[in-house]
Design a protein around this ligand. Structure first.
Ligand SMILES: *[C@@H]1O[C@H](CO)[C@@H](O)[C@H](O)[C@H]1NC(C)=O
Ligand SMILES: *[C@@H]1O[C@H](CO)[C@@H](O)[C@H](O)[C@H]1NC(C)=O
Ligand SMILES: *[C@@H]1O[C@H](CO)[C@@H](O)[C@H](O)[C@H]1NC(C)=O
Ligand SMILES: *[C@@H]1O[C@H](CO)[C@@H](O)[C@H](O)[C@H]1NC(C)=O
Ligand SMILES: *[C@@H]1O[C@H](CO)[C@@H](O)[C@H](O)[C@H]1NC(C)=O
Ligand SMILES: *[C@@H]1O[C@H](CO)[C@@H](O)[C@H](O)[C@H]1NC(C)=O
Ligand SMILES: *[C@@H]1O[C@H](CO)[C@@H](O)[C@H](O)[C@H]1NC(C)=O
Ligand SMILES: *[C@@H]1O[C@H](CO)[C@@H](O)[C@H](O)[C@H]1NC(C)=O
Length: 796
């Protein structure tokens, strides 16, 4: 009874009233000469009229958006929302949504630090002129990564502020952190007032979690010598643009949740404040909302219209196709790749057989050997065997776990080593061997040793435990190992294209199918060492650390944000589309290995590249696994130096994006209201084939088809490019003209690409490329074609 009452009171006290929700109300185009203050007044007036009084309106309104676009967020009942939707000047009313951070925090991968290169760094003066806005969990300003030594004055054009709050005062901003704001109204309207007694959190831009500190320092962290995570990955930590400025917009809270009303308010402010780049490592899991309803697509559209490059993570829902999110064509969508390092520990069984596994555990190991037990053999009486095998919570008999190392096997239902570690730790086990499928989604930084091994190794260890009455095991501590045989790969978890969004209106006309190549680019996102919040110790198992290794597309996104900051310092006038083209056309596809490399570690001898003297050799076996393609990595793995000098760019502007939205089948009023630009969709082509993207995708090739593109010369004025085509299998591709000659007056040239299907079968997507070369530059775009049987569709 009391408990029930308590719950009820909590709801009354903190929750929005039962039938009220947060709504975002989009208004028509704001005339640029209108004073933002007047716009805000008009929002209040309107709301007062619907709610009946000024005070009611003041209570209900959360944000008034008035810089990039017009509108507001307010707590409304459904019927109030419906009335507002009919109000003159209101174009759309949508519910607040909850988005997530894109880290795989619980899976803690391993490996090393961000790298970028000397050329672009010095040419861009380390990004000193660029301002990166980061929408995340805030920042730990005392981190060495945010020192401003040697950085010049704050750019004059900056209009942002450093807002003081809980443990965050004006002196926490400097010439590195030049803005700090936080947004919680939408969150609190959804979840109730933040109680910092229950949840470790700061009511300010201060980061209680670590995620925002990690992403900000990856994008723009200063050089910090001797950074390491408990002795691992030791070296110089630095961000992509070490002298770029940071503007912190805290929109996500310690629970990992972020709401669209808060995010939109941050976009609105960032546009006003004058950032050059926005780094957004969060998003909403599929199923995806339509572009015209998606807060990230709307906020980013207005930012891009103002010349701000918006970089977003692709999501962590891989390896399945059609999992990519944040896929609007004006966004730079980033996949995660691996680095070429790993952390290994040796496992010695009681019969002296040895194996190697991956671990981030660097604490002390018991010197003597420990007893090892197989999880399924110590299942709790009432537990399912499969649950026990994977060490699912509650599946093991505590009495039998205590004091032992437990051998667990990943299952489809329970993939996480962290879950196994929690289960074993709870029952006072002393270690875990976690056997997993041949993927790279591994590792852990826990407070008991957990060594992750391939299934094959796990099976051998299991054979040993069943072969003897008293099986034992001993671990060595972890060591960093440079695995030169492992090329960068697309990380297992990285979300894959194509986008699952389909046109709003499906018409049985050729090539109306929506298909863009996304993600756009891959960057390191596995085992990234970057700054962390020491305070996060309170809520995590790893203790207080100043740097931490973390993985996810959350980590790859700020790598690209840092590179974009460098590019913007060098080329301040490049449009967001030009920046994207520069990155995509210079991406390295050969470094995104075509094969999944399976690491088999044998106990026989020592390889020169092993940093310790275990006596092992790393034998790499290339096993045909999953041929990576542009739907995994877009243009390839980022190559910052080449992106600085792309030669040619495929440029686009706002009107192209409006045409794109029309081609998606949204009607003129929906497109006009989203873009705040006049759109007349009935006059725009229904195909996206000629959109000037740095890629060509033909989802339905029947016979012959020609598309056009235009390139802008951003290299030396006099230059001559030749086309080189690598046709997708089963397709003939011709380019006309095949030579492009630029001079001081001719800076833009168009060309046509004709595709002819050679096969009369319903094909799969096949991949090729078109490269323009002038002897210095290599401007490569992917070609993606699927051939269809003619007349496959019945004419409607
Ligand atoms: C700001 O806070 C720091 C501690 O975080 C303190 O040392 C400093 O005196 C404060 N500065 C001001 C101006 O309040
Ligand atoms: C926060 O939670 C604590 C413990 O649950 C409670 O004692 C306190 O009254 C709450 N504070 C507020 C402001 O509601
Ligand atoms: C394992 O090696 C140790 C030291 O070399 C030796 O003392 C021990 O007898 C060996 N055990 C087995 C089972 O071979
Ligand atoms: C755990 O194992 C002990 C010893 O075998 C047994 O007595 C007990 O019933 C088991 N408990 C559960 C919950 O399985
Ligand atoms: C240890 O036991 C496993 C499993 O029974 C076996 O495959 C392996 O050969 C043994 N190693 C030694 C050195 O006897
Ligand atoms: C791509 O990367 C590989 C190694 O990862 C390198 O050998 C090659 O030179 C790179 N290609 C270009 C064009 O830079
Ligand atoms: C435009 O589309 C929206 C939904 O996206 C719909 O509500 C509206 O009625 C449509 N307007 C017209 C004029 O068709
Ligand atoms: C550039 O090329 C165009 C077309 O070939 C030509 O008409 C024009 O005179 C050239 N301009 C210069 C400055 O050479």
């Amino acid at each position: 009874m009391t408990a029930l009452l308590g719950f009820f009171l909590l709801l009354l006290q903190f929750g929005p009233s039962a039938c009220s929700n947060v709504y975002i109300v989009y208004m028509g185009e704001r005339s640029p000469e209108l004073d933002p203050a007047l716009v805000q007044d008009s929002h209040h007036g309107m709301l007062a009229a619907v709610l009946g009084s000024e005070p009611a309106a003041k209570d209900a309104i959360l944000y008034s958006y008035r810089h990039g676009f017009s509108g507001f967020a307010a707590v409304l009942t459904d019927s109030q929302a419906a009335r507002l939707a009919d109000w003159p000047g209101v174009v759309r009313v949508v519910r607040n949504r909850v988005l997530d951070l894109h880290t795989t925090r619980s899976w803690d991968f391993m490996r090393v630090s961000p790298s970028s290169s000397v050329g672009i760094l010095s040419e861009s003066r380390f990004g000193e002129d660029s301002i990166i806005g980061v929408l995340d969990t805030g920042i730990w300003p005392e981190s060495a990564s945010f020192r401003d030594d040697g950085i010049g004055e704050v750019p004059r054009r900056w209009k942002g502020k450093c807002i003081v709050g809980d443990r965050f005062n004006a002196s926490n901003c400097n010439r590195k952190i030049i803005g700090a704001k936080w947004y919680i109204k939408g969150y609190e309207a959804e979840y109730g007032k933040m109680n910092t007694t229950d949840i470790y959190e700061f009511m300010s831009a201060r980061d209680a979690v670590g995620h925002g500190t990690h992403t900000a320092s990856t994008a723009a962290g200063a050089l910090v010598a001797g950074a390491n995570f408990r002795g691992l990955a030791s070296g110089v930590a630095r961000g992509g643009a070490p002298r770029a400025r940071l503007a912190v917009y805290k929109v996500c809270w310690a629970t990992g949740d972020c709401t669209s009303a808060d995010i939109l308010a941050a976009f609105d402010d960032a546009i006003h404040d004058g950032v050059d780049v926005l780094s957004v490592s969060l998003g909403q899991a599929p199923p995806l909302p339509a572009y015209v309803d998606d807060v990230l697509s709307i906020g980013s559209f207005h930012a891009v219209a103002k010349g701000i490059v918006v970089v977003c993570s692709a999501g962590n829902s891989g390896p399945y196709s059609e999992t990519v999110i944040n896929s609007a064509p004006w966004i730079l969508t980033v996949a995660a790749g691996t680095l070429d390092r790993t952390f290994l520990a040796k496992i010695t069984l009681g019969n002296n057989s040895t194996f190697v596994g991956q671990t981030l555990y660097s604490g002390k190991h018991p010197a003597k050997s420990m007893r090892i037990v197989y999880a399924e053999d110590i299942a709790s009486n009432n537990a399912d065997d499969t649950d026990a095998r994977s060490c699912t919570a509650g599946s093991l008999n505590s009495t039998l776990v205590k004091g032992n190392v437990v051998l667990c096997f990943q299952t489809r239902a329970q993939r996480a080593a962290s879950v196994a570690v929690e289960t074993v730790k709870k029952s006072r086990g002393v270690g875990v061997i976690f056997a997993q499928f041949l993927t790279k989604d591994i590792a852990s930084s826990f407070d008991i040793p957990c060594v992750q091994v391939d299934y094959q190794v796990g099976t051998a260890i299991l054979a040993y435990t069943t072969s003897t009455r008293n099986p034992t095991v001993q671990f060595s501590s972890a060591n960093s190992i440079l695995g030169e045989l492992i090329g960068p790969e697309v990380a297992y978890f990285s979300s894959r294209g194509p986008s699952s969004l389909s046109p709003a209106v499906l018409k049985l006309v050729e090539n109306t199918l929506y298909l863009l190549i996304q993600p756009d680019i891959a960057a390191p996102g596995v085992n990234i060492l970057a700054a962390w919040t020491p305070a996060a110790a309170i809520s995590s198992a790893i203790g207080s650390v100043n740097f931490k290794i973390d993985s996810g597309t959350s980590m790859s996104c700020p790598h690209i944000s840092g590179v974009v900051a460098l590019l913007k310092s060098m080329h301040p006038n490049w449009s967001p589309a030009a920046v994207k083209s520069a990155l995509v056309t210079t991406g390295n596809t050969s470094s995104v290995s075509l094969l999944m490399i399976v690491l088999t570690l044998t106990s026989q001898h020592l390889a020169a590249n092993v940093h310790d003297n275990y006596g092992f050799e790393i034998v790499s076996e290339a096993a045909p696994y999953n041929q990576a393609n542009p739907f995994d990595y877009g243009g390839g793995h980022v190559d910052p130096n080449r992106a600085a000098h792309p030669g040619l760019v495929y440029d686009m502007g706002t009107s192209d994006y409006v045409s794109f939205l029309c081609s998606m089948g949204y009607n003129s009023s929906a497109v006009s209201s989203m873009t705040l630009q006049h759109a007349s969709c009935q006059h725009t082509p229904k195909t996206q084939l000629n959109l000037n993207l740095p890629s060509v995708t033909i989802p339905e090739l029947r016979g012959k088809l020609t598309v056009s593109r235009t390139v802008t010369n951003v290299g030396s004025a006099m230059s001559k490019y030749r086309a080189r085509v690598e046709p997708p299998p089963g397709v003939d591709v011709t380019v006309s003209p095949s030579i492009l000659i630029f001079n001081s007056t001719v800076k833009r040239l168009s060309f046509k690409v004709t595709f002819q299907a050679k096969l009369k079968v319903q094909g799969r997507y096949t991949f090729g490329s078109l490269t323009w070369e002038d002897g210095t530059h290599t401007v490569r775009i992917p070609l993606v074609v699927r051939t269809m049987i003619s007349n496959f569709y019945v004419n409607a």
